[in-house]
Design a protein around this ligand. Structure first.
Ligand SMILES: [Zn+2]
Length: 492
């Protein structure tokens, strides 16, 4: 018996000893829930206050620095988790590796963005949403709603920052040696420094219930997962507020949503993933549409709908369709004057008896689709079947291009710059830009390889596109399917 007791004692001592040894560093709460002791505001200190145990950022621009005793208020490697709530049209953020500054936007360190529905009034439109590593790796898709508490957390280790919204990873950034930074943003790099909260402007109101920090030990530097050249290219566009988004991704060729999200984090491209919706497709009515939405509701993506065939308008209700962030369709499936249903990308199903007549009919079909179907984006644009593809420049005459561009402009439908087909050509894109048409980037992958949007990026450079030339999903009440409704059937 004695022997057994000493054995138990031994077991307990080992357990206690090993648990002490491997014990994780504790989370420390930086906000005491009563007052702002341990925090120091710069300009406009009245913009921060405590109300009912909650820290409120509400007032003209100001930053609130953690200057308390814990870790002397200086953090290098650490994890942070905060409970946050926004009011509509609010903008805030949590800065790290920063330092006190008397006024203005903070120059040093990084910001993890808080913005669910904010669009700055005036000339500049802020596209960076909650979870963005501001200007470095932007999140353009919505993650959380206003007026709801959410957890914003991030982990900073050496040259890497991972950001999570409600536990879902939305950013995974590895900083290269000598990263690309614009002239005035050279201090936006990892170092060691303060944590600060941002109050962006007088119209913003953001609440913080808890801000906990867990310091982490020094670690090995992370190796880059992409080339320096790629990292520079993406970072430059992120600084420009340019929507680096592939709106035309399908879960095809065995590609899972988890793989797509991992690829998105690695490359820095946001994805819009779209099921094919229509007759004889996976999503074919309101019930299957809802079932699909349930599977992607919390995923870090835009939720797109590819509307298939011309019958789709009769299969769904506008309210169900409006659950998607955007809808797109193409002009590749239609029935010709002889009653032949064509799918232009399948050589056996594309009938070209007379090239000129075919082209006139094609442009007419595209016009009726774009003007009658309440879609956001026209994809796979100006595609011609293989049998006449070599004559693209000849058959897409100026007159036909004008008709195409005009119907897009008139109906406010955006034009995809498709990287798989490398379409439309630069000439057509220039005409579309002149007509004020907005653009999107899209791949339309057939397999698991999503590529890197090369043609889209090339055209962006050639045309000098800025974020103002680009389509972004509309607000709920402005979606075409709710504004225009769904026609009973498509004519023409
Ligand atoms: Zn597609």
């Amino acid at each position: 018996m004695l022997k057994f007791k000493s054995f138990l004692l031994l077991v307990f001592s080992v357990l206690i000893f090993s648990s002490c040894k491997t014990k994780e560093p504790e989370w420390t709460e930086l906000f005491n829930g009563k007052d702002l002791i341990g925090w120091t505001a710069n300009e406009n200190p009245e913009s921060f206050r405590v109300e009912n145990g909650v820290l409120v950022a509400d007032g003209p621009i100001s930053h609130l620095f953690y200057t308390g005793d814990f870790h002397k208020g200086v953090f290098r490697n650490f994890e942070l988790k905060a409970m946050v709530k926004t009011e509509p049209s609010s903008n805030s953020g949590i800065m790290f590796h920063t330092q006190e500054q008397p006024h203005g936007p903070l120059l040093r360190g990084y910001e993890v963005q808080i913005n669910n529905t904010y669009e700055r009034p005036g000339d500049f439109h802020e596209l960076k949403k909650t979870g963005s590593l501001y200007g470095i790796r932007n999140v353009y898709y919505p993650t959380v709603k206003d007026n709801e508490w959410f957890e914003l957390s991030f982990k900073v280790v050496e040259n890497r920052c991972e950001v999570f919204v409600n536990g879902t990873k939305v950013v995974d950034y590895i900083q290269p040696d000598d990263p690309y930074r614009p002239k005035n943003d050279k201090l936006k790099v990892f170092s060691a420094g303060r944590i600060a909260l941002q109050c962006h402007d007088k119209d913003s109101k953001v609440y913080f219930k808890s801000i906990q920090v867990k310091p982490l030990p020094k670690a090995e530097k992370f190796a880059m997962l992409v080339s320096k050249e790629w990292d520079d290219k993406i970072t430059k566009m992120m600084f420009e507020n340019f929507p680096v988004i592939d709106f035309h991704v399908h879960l095809k060729g065995g590609l899972t949503i988890a793989q797509a999200c991992e690829n998105s984090l690695k490359l820095g491209i946001n994805y819009g993933i779209a099921p094919n919706c229509g007759l004889k497709f996976p999503v074919t009515d309101d019930a299957s549409l809802k079932a699909y939405m349930d599977t992607v509701q919390t995923k870090p993506i835009f939720r797109g709908m590819q509307a298939e065939g011309r019958e789709w308008v009769t299969l769904f209700s506008p309210a169900a369709v409006a659950k998607f962030d955007y809808i797109f369709t193409d002009g590749m499936t239609w029935t010709d004057h002889k009653g032949r249903r064509m799918r232009l990308w399948i050589p056996e199903e594309a009938f070209v008896d007379d090239e000129q007549q075919f082209m006139d009919e094609l442009v007419g079909k595209i016009e009726s689709v774009i003007s009658q179907e309440p879609v956001d984006i026209h994809v796979n644009p100006t595609f011609l079947p293989a049998v006449i593809a070599a004559k693209y420049d000849e058959l897409w005459t100026d007159a036909r291009i004008d008709r195409f561009v005009n119907v897009l402009a008139k109906n406010g439908v955006a034009l995809e710059i498709n990287s798989r087909y490398k379409l439309p050509t630069e000439k057509i894109l220039r005409k579309a830009k002149e007509a004020g048409v907005k653009f999107t980037f899209g791949t339309n992958n057939t397999g698991a390889d999503l590529g890197t949007l090369d043609y889209s990026f090339e055209m962006k450079e050639k045309l000098g596109l800025t974020y103002k030339d680009m389509f972004m999903p509309k607000k709920q009440n402005e979606k075409p399917v709710l504004v225009k409704g769904l026609p009973k059937k498509i004519t023409g």
